[in-house]
Write a new protein. Structure first.
Length: 169
């Protein structure tokens, strides 16, 4: 477990990350978490007194990583931009996102969608599953499953699907 104290930051104008609240994970700390790694990886641990798991670090290109702090995490730690945060993290190799049964049923009917899904990197597959699982209503969940299967059947990744859905509005 790696322990450090850091300041909560917020991106001003950074493309798709604009407005994100995050913490910086310097290269030396990231290298202790997962030596020699330059790609996104999952961590678990504590942010102040809040237990967390399955959080994705994101490489920033200079050996440093960031860890986005979504609203539910900021609410749980009761802190925002500029606050000091006590961090205890370790690599989370056990993090796994399973295909929900309702999505698997659709994959059974659309095997080409499943084939393309399985060809994607694990982190990209996880984007689809998390998006489906974050639906607040059953109607939204069903709609997202249909959109996911259609996108995968058309060999579209998660970001491509989101851009196509946004263009349809």
């Amino acid at each position: 477990m790696v322990r450090f104290t850091t300041i909560i930051l917020k991106f001003a104008d950074q493309g798709e990350k604009t407005g994100w609240t995050y913490i910086d994970i310097p290269f030396d700390i990231a290298d202790q978490l997962l030596p020699g790694n330059k790609k996104s990886f999952r961590v678990r641990g504590m942010l102040d007194a809040l237990p967390v798991s399955g959080l994705a670090t994101m490489p920033m290109g200079d050996g440093n990583f960031i860890l986005a702090l979504k609203a539910d995490i900021r609410k749980g730690i009761r802190k925002g931009e500029g606050a000091m945060l006590n961090v205890s993290l370790e690599h989370d190799p056990d993090y796994k996102v399973d295909i929900p049964a309702d999505l698997q049923e659709c994959f059974d009917a659309e095997p080409q969608a499943l084939d393309f899904y399985n060809s994607l990197p694990k982190s990209h597959r996880d984007y689809f599953i998390k998006w489906i699982n974050e639906a607040k209503t059953e109607a939204t969940r069903v709609k997202r499953i249909v959109q996911t299967v259609n996108a995968l059947a058309n060999r579209m990744g998660f970001n491509q699907m989101l851009r196509a859905l946004k263009a349809q509005r």
